[in-house]
Design a protein around this ligand. Sequence first.
Ligand code: FE
Length: 273
Amino acid sequence: LQAEGDRSPADIVLTVDIARLQQIVDAGVTQPVQSDVLEANIPETLRDPGDQWFGLTTRARIVYASKDRVQPGEVTTYEDLASDKWKGRLCTRSGLHDYNVALLGAVIAHHDAAYATQWAEGLKANLARKPDGGDRDQVKAIAAGECDIALGNTYYMGQMLADPEQVPWAESVNIVFPVFEGGGTHVNVSGIAMTKAAPNRAAALTFMEWLSSDAAQKIYAETNHEFPVKPGVERSALVASWGSFTPDDLPLSTIASERAAALKIMETVDFDG
Ligand code: FE
């Protein structure tokens, strides 16, 4: 971690989303880290098979559903979000944003590119308005009655509840955990990698291993309203109040490998247009 103005090489990079982790790996600025501790603490699907990046917490990409206009049980699968019953009722940020590209990558991995293209077209056809703003802006639109459901990451509920202006947005929706047909709920990570230039390799490794420990996992996940990756570490009371779910078991490396195909589909269907 580096203070502003410090010109010495950083030891580690902390960032969110598999796309950004993979980007720094592809840029050649990271190094592999072999650690029994990291391997034991972090599930295999949430770390790089080549040991270049490690997930530290997970966030689910879920549906924020209007308390007034969406009945319990109405939101089911990600596949169903493309069905006619949601016509004019869906809001989401840009289809080209990393979060939605990763979700579409998961759709490709669960089905195929042809299916994913139809799905993206179906989703676009269901939009209440053109994609605009971030995930919280979609919840704001639900509160304003512009749409009934929105795609969003779980931790934004924690962020909205911490901001008096946004509390009414948060209170207008329920969190619903959709699943893939035959799978679970789509998750992504915030994660860490060691830089190739790391001047303090031993200290950096110690810090990485500490972040995967019970104590640090609890603090880190509580701070960012995310889910600890280490099995057995309790989620915060707020995060636990959103309910439990089955995370999809697709390796994040698979989602990363579908990124180019997913981006191409978003462009082909002109999702934001
Ligand atoms: Fe975010």
